[in-house]
Design a protein around this ligand. Structure first.
Ligand SMILES: NC(=O)c1ccc[n+]([C@@H]2O[C@H](COP(=O)([O-])OP(=O)(O)OC[C@H]3O[C@@H](n4cnc5c(N)ncnc54)[C@H](OP(=O)(O)O)[C@@H]3O)[C@@H](O)[C@H]2O)c1
Length: 240
């Protein structure tokens, strides 16, 4: 059977780890986190490729290694790694702004650039960029985070169009997934009072679970989703 490798960034915990668990029996996985020590559990059929995405040189080396070690069989990329520093823009230090832009937006762009070259040669491939509901709605005290996530949506739609122009007879798709509030380390940091306010915005009456995002990613990567391209898939319990 054809070998299909899938890169998942930020796969050590939260949504990324659930995606890895869901895909582990179907694909060969390349799992990423800042370091090998970030992984507390090992999954079968996986290799690790670690880098601190706030460091430009590490990102460049990561992209080079991805192409060199896995280019031939790379079938999909899930750009999931992301961070947030929630506070008013007035009090946001510039280094936090730089880190959010670098980790959440610039790094996925560079990984997509590498993947586009590989997928162009292979004539197939899937890119899933993990955005957020706030990338469309905006959110107080998350202005820069929301901007990075909005950027990912527009970027993904643009490269989906560009790939269609550059490649003939291809099977390459680019999709964004925008979760709502999902239980993870990222949302654990939100103070209880604020969490209660967020919950009021969710018609489903609860926060989502990481495996509810993983289920959708698993489908979107598969051939069953072969005509879903350029879309932003919202998974948020009904937040409008
Ligand atoms: N949770 C939510 O409610 C929610 C909602 C909408 C969108 N999202 C998006 O979904 C994605 C995953 O979120 P999550 O809640 O699962 O996050 P999480 O539990 O905080 O996990 C973050 C992942 O990103 C990696 N990471 C952090 N800093 C990094 C850096 N400097 N360089 C490289 N990797 C780094 C972490 O690796 P280490 O373990 O090595 O630190 C970890 O694997 C993010 O893009 C987030 O914006 C989440």
């Amino acid at each position: 059977m054809e070998k299909r490798k899938v890169l998942i960034t930020g796969a050590s915990r939260g949504i990324g780890f659930e995606i890895a668990k869901k895909l582990a029996n179907k694909y060969e996985l390349i799992l990423h986190a800042t370091s090998e020590q970030s992984f507390s559990e090992t999954l079968p059929n996986t290799s690790l490729l670690c880098a601190d995405f706030s460091n430009h040189e590490e990102v460049n080396n990561f992209c080079k290694s991805l192409k060199k070690l896995h280019g031939k069989d790379l079938y999909a990329v899930v750009n999931n790694a992301g961070i947030t520093f929630d506070k008013s823009l007035i009090f946001q230090p510039e280094d936090e702004i730089d880190k959010m832009l670098q980790i959440n937006l610039k790094t996925p762009i560079l990984i997509c650039k590498t993947a586009m070259k590989i997928f162009g040669l292979n004539k197939k491939g899937v890119i899933i960029n993990i955005s957020s509901c706030v990338g469309e709605s905006g959110n107080a005290f998350q202005s820069v985070y929301a901007a990075t996530k909005a950027g990912l949506i527009a970027f993904s739609k643009s490269i989906a169009k560009e790939i269609g122009i550059l490649n003939q007879d291809h099977n390459i798709r680019v999709v964004t997934v925008s979760p709502g509030f999902i239980e993870s380390d990222m949302t654990d940091k939100i103070p209880e009072g604020e969490k209660a306010n967020y919950l009021k915005m969710v018609p489903a009456g609860r926060f989502g679970k990481a495996d509810e995002i993983a289920n959708a990613v698993s489908f979107l990567i598969s051939d069953e989703a072969s005509y879903i391209n350029g879309s932003n898939i919202q998974i948020n319990g009904g937040i409008l």
